[in-house]
Design a protein around this ligand. Structure first.
Ligand SMILES: NC(=O)c1ccc[n+]([C@@H]2O[C@H](COP(=O)([O-])OP(=O)(O)OC[C@H]3O[C@@H](n4cnc5c(N)ncnc54)[C@H](O)[C@@H]3O)[C@@H](O)[C@H]2O)c1
Length: 262
């Protein structure tokens, strides 16, 4: 479907679920995939073990990476069953630190894709707070801000609100560098994390989505949206949160079907 011949692409979270499907599609499209994950991937030409909750681990991996890259796909994530500070560190602070550490290694025309979530749909109600957090300059400052400003509700939702707003606010800055940044916002996808979502968001929320649509998404269906956003056909799409949920958000956000409590 896409041509990534000769392209070098970094994929976090490549060891499982959506990241694994993304790595496989990239390889089939001709790319060299470099995996960054805490676990070994099944598909990639190279792998660096990384802990995205640990800024020292991110910096040492970045220092070991050779050459330039055509894209960075930030797919790794932790569910709301993990401690809140870990969820924020992996899904937001580590993702941001890695992205910004790699900007100068991305080739002109290159692209960043962030995997956020429809669970971050509440960002407009918390925008000022999110902007305050994103105004922190470093990983450690962001950790300290979150310790001083604990948020109501599931940390996963807040982390994805931040990931979506981060992507939207960085579009013009990346344009100035000749790069782009976009996000995909999946609804429920059939991967190992779904069991954790059942525990943290409730079975009714997760299974209700499958009742409306007849099934959950397959990882491949999110992976192809990620590849699209990094492809030349998406060259004027920038700072955009692309919903990839089979139509769920449309029905919820227009009030056609009541929004689940998550
Ligand atoms: N599956 C869903 O229903 C769904 C829905 C919306 C968004 N998402 C998002 O999609 C992304 C991928 O999730 P998935 O469904 O493939 O889940 P998954 O659990 O199958 O994969 C997550 C990957 O992230 C890696 N990871 C976690 N913590 C890490 C850390 N500290 N350092 C390095 N790597 C780490 C894991 O090792 C794993 O390979 C996540 O950001 C998730 O929030 C998933």
């Amino acid at each position: 479907m896409f041509d990534f011949t000769g392209k070098r692409v970094l994929v976090t979270g490549a060891a499982s679920g959506i990241g694994d499907a993304t790595a496989r599609q990239l390889i089939a499209a001709g790319a060299q995939v470099v995996s960054l994950d805490r676990n070994e991937p099944a598909a990639a030409v190279a792998h660096h073990r990384i802990d995205l909750a640990d800024v020292g681990s991110i910096d040492s991996v970045v220092a070991r990476l050779d050459g330039t890259f055509d894209a960075l796909f930030n797919v790794a994530g932790l569910p709301g069953t993990a401690p809140a500070e870990k969820v924020m560190a992996v899904n937001v602070f580590g993702m941001r630190h890695l992205t910004e550490a790699l900007l100068e290694r991305l080739t002109p025309g290159g692209s960043v894709v962030v995997v956020s979530s429809t669970a971050g749909f509440g960002w407009p109600q918390r925008l000022e707070t999110i902007k305050e957090l994103l105004a922190t300059d470093t990983f450690d400052e962001a950790v300290a801000w979150f310790a001083d400003n604990p948020q109501e509700g599931n940390a996963y939702n807040f982390s994805k609100e931040c990931a979506t707003v981060y992507t939207m606010t960085m579009g013009v800055a990346l344009h100035e560098l000749g790069l782009r940044i976009n996000a995909v916002l999946p609804g429920p996808v059939r991967t190992p994390i779904l069991e954790d979502f059942r525990k943290s968001m409730g079975e009714d929320t997760i299974d209700g989505a499958a009742i409306l649509l007849g099934r959950h998404a397959e990882p491949d269906e999110v992976a192809s949206a990620i590849l699209f956003l990094a492809s030349p056909g998406a060259r004027w799409i920038n700072g955009h949160p692309l919903i990839v949920d089979g139509g769920l958000s449309g029905t919820y956000l227009t009030g056609l079907v009541p929004l689940p409590e998550i």
